[in-house]
Ligand binder design. Structure first.
Ligand code: NAX
Length: 331
């Protein structure tokens, strides 16, 4: 049997956490032969609820689950973790200024960065889910210098999966036959869902999605809007934000990162820019990536038209603004 991998989930008493921990314990994130130990962190006010989640994990008798820690102590939570999924954060409440929300999250992410820096396994892989996801990841990178820059990422896989879903619905094909959409940029409503390079498996081979859709206007308007606004549509329908799809996408993100993407397939991940596609170096920006042996690489050489360029630049600009806002909260 393999040695267990220790996975931290912060905000584990929340709704994404509640959907995510059983998926991890069932092997949906790291595979059906990989034992796991789950560390769950939440804040004092949620301690009792967090303990309830721990009780349910025990009651579910998951064969792969070798240990559960439920704690409100960030050092205990971060100790020896191999994978950290950071879902906990401060939500924007009605009437709150953007700067106030940013300030709360900057201090949370700074504190968690310091704890991970000191106590996590040296090759720990980090996925930030909590919003503002890209900028929280940027702060984490800043304050966890011992964690390699390549190990700090944020979640845009939910947006990616939503884009696959929209193309599959439009063409009435299985979602598993659609691949290689791209989410560029920020996990905000400015994000750019791009289907220009997507393909669809058909009886006669792989075809460009643009050709099969045959409706450039739809791809440039409704498709983009629907993906950008999907989070809001879920809130309207459920009166709660997306949880099962967010949890499932977080599993997809880690699984593909650790176990690799299939040949010829890329996925979207928020990663530290190396300057590819003219994106300012060091920003946490969502790119198309392939993964192999636990490392992602940005897919190179894709042709970018003028329409895409404009939207990609708007994302870089927004992320630069978020970055200055975050840094102005630091002292
Ligand atoms: P919930 O409010 O249900 O859960 C958040 C949990 O975090 C709560 O239990 C809270 O007590 C805890 N928490 C707050 N501060 C903490 C801290 N300092 N340390 C540890 N835990 C802390 O929110 P939920 O619906 O689960 O969403 C969690 C986050 O995911 C939000 O920031 C949300 O905006 C973000 N999302 C990001 C998505 C993405 O694709 N990147 C999509 C889904 C989701 O909206």
């Amino acid at each position: 049997e393999k040695d267990p991998v220790t996975v931290l989930v912060t905000g584990a008493a929340g709704q994404i956490g509640y959907a995510l921990v059983p998926m991890i314990a069932r092997g949906e994130m790291l595979g059906p032969d990989q034992p796991v130990i789950i560390h769950m962190l939440d804040i004092e006010q949620a301690a009792e609820a967090l303990n309830g989640v721990k009780m349910e994990l025990i009651d579910a008798a998951f064969p792969l689950l070798k240990g559960v820690v439920a704690t409100t102590d960030v050092v205990e939570a971060c100790s020896d973790v191999n994978i950290a999924i950071l879902v906990g954060g401060f939500p924007r409440k009605e009437g709150m200024e953007r700067k106030d929300v940013m300030s709360k999250n900057v201090s949370i992410y700074k504190a968690q960065a310091l704890a991970l820096d000191q106590h996590a396994a040296p090759d720990c892989k980090v996925l930030v889910v909590a919003n503002p996801a890209n900028t929280n990841a940027l702060i984490l990178k800043e304050f966890a210098p011992s964690i390699p820059e390549k190990n700090i990422t944020c979640l845009t896989r939910l947006d990616h999966n939503r884009a696959l879903g929209q193309i599959s619905e439009k063409l009435n094909v299985h979602v598993s036959d659609v691949k290689n959409v791209i989410i560029w940029g920020n996990h905000s409503s400015t994000q750019y869902p791009d289907a220009n390079h997507a393909t669809v498996k058909t009886f006669t081979g792989e075809k460009p999605a643009t050709e099969l859709v045959g409706d450039d206007k739809w791809l440039k308007t409704e498709f983009i809007d629907t993906v950008q606004q999907r989070g809001a549509a879920i809130i309207k329908a459920r009166r709660m934000s997306s949880a099962l799809s967010a949890a499932s996408s977080a599993c997809d993100h880690i699984r593909d990162w650790v176990l690799g993407t299939p040949k010829g397939t890329w996925v979207s991940m928020g990663v530290s820019s190396d300057g590819s596609y003219g994106v300012p170096q060091g920003l946490i920006y969502s790119f198309p990536v392939t993964c192999d042996k636990g490392e992602w690489s940005i897919m190179q050489g894709l042709k970018i038209d003028e329409f895409s360029r404009e939207k990609m630049d708007a994302n870089a600009k927004e992320l630069m603004e978020e970055k200055s806002l975050a840094y102005s909260c630091l002292n």
